[in-house]
Design a protein around this ligand. Sequence first.
Ligand code: NAP
Length: 494
Amino acid sequence: MIAVSIGRTRHKMVLAEHRALADRGAELVELRLDWLARQPDLSRLLKERPTPVIATCRRQIDRGRWRGSEPQRETLLREAIVAGAEYVDLEGDIAGHIPRYGKTQRIVSHHDFDETPKNLDRIHARLAEKDADIVKLVTMANSPGDAVRMLELVAGARVPTVGFCMGELGIFSRILCGRYGAPFTYATFNRERVLAPGQLTFDEMKHLYRFDSITNDTLLFGVLGDPLGHSLSPLVHNTAFARDQLDAVYAPVRVPQDALSRTLDDLDRLGFRGYSVTIPHKEAVLERFGRPDDPAWEIGAANTLYRDEQGAWQVMNTDYQAALDSIRLGLDPDDEGRLTGKKALVLGAGGAARAVVLGLVKSEAQVTIANRRGERAAKLAEQFGCKQVQWENRTTVHADILVNCTPVGMHPNLDDTPFDQNAFLEDMLVFDTVYNPENTLLLKQARERGCRTVSGVEMFIRQAAAQYERFTGRPAPLDTMRDALRRGISPVRD
Ligand code: NAP
């Protein structure tokens, strides 16, 4: 179950949001009484409530907004119990002076906005002693390991426990706590109404992560990276799981640069089965798990970590094949996918460029690399036996295929392009690895000049699809994944 928190200053708005949430399928709503500007009118809020409620009134030391006195707050909580609220939230230090009454269930809570203390067990035991029906323990994650410890506590608790970590590093614990026995998690009405750091919206929790269907058997996957703020991988993978009716969930796990090894060990205790790996961990996972004959060594980076049938971790780089397949999509059908002898100009010399250049070279294309910092282009060109051209001279290259592997033109810099629109050659194939927006200025201008184009959306879904196949052992629903990605980037599409 998902408890959706409503924090509004006017009763009228609380009632409207409560009704809207019930219409959207919410089954439990937390009324944050401390947000109301006027004295809370419980009879008005509870009279025709469309769902069960948790009555909560946070004081300011717990980052709430209550401006009345403490005796007034405790009186209000008692009144909520007498009025028959289904749940009341009582902080551990006051729960002892508010007696049980009627059918109202007591959530005895503790919040720590700074850290996840070492003695979680002791804090939990103290809360449970206060005649708790449910213990709620919410702390700040300063590492992904903090969130793992919290989930382990939830799993071992004798009293039903809602336990998860705040902050970006703890987001996955909000999504996964139900798997370890938490009776519910918390979410917000929408993005504008985030009441605590790292909170997800009701729609994300219900429809993207399918919180209500996560059980102890649900297979765990995720994306490891930092930053992960706007990663579209959870949307693409979870949509595919739902379409294939798989009991699996894919969560964002933000892992700081220096914490990868430790975090992987911590996550192992939760039973994760596979990961997408992104910046800044692509090299480190290869070094830790790569075998000498892994093709990913040639690229120098891995973007996938999965367990094989024996349960051993394996690495893979799915960008390489995805880039190559995307380029082939744009070839003239008469070429039958052949790249032999084609002249390709690759812009950029970072991770994406390495995958693209390797694919092209292996397919016997003649590759020229241009990069803003020339020495990087020279190094890459030397390694793969290609040519190099100065960034300033890139438009002078006579190429059949142009590939952009720089972020130029990516949201929000929609008016930027890495190429001169007068330099496109007719019949050129232009492939932009940028996928947000799908229709970059580079691609728009290329089409105006009569070029064939392929967008980064094709590469993104293909690299995700190859991961999906490793994760699940079944073919990926490519069209479903493409639609999901397009939905994710639609606010900036034109
Ligand atoms: P990266 O390793 O950081 O490399 C970035 C490259 O872009 C470097 O060569 C850099 O040049 C160049 N660059 C950055 N800003 C530039 C600018 N303002 N003008 C000219 N060149 C610039 O990043 P990456 O992993 O290769 O990713 C690059 C882009 O590829 C991403 O932004 C993403 O849009 C795209 N990508 C797409 C997919 C997909 O599945 N569609 C997958 C991976 C990446 P310097 O060396 O001079 O800094």
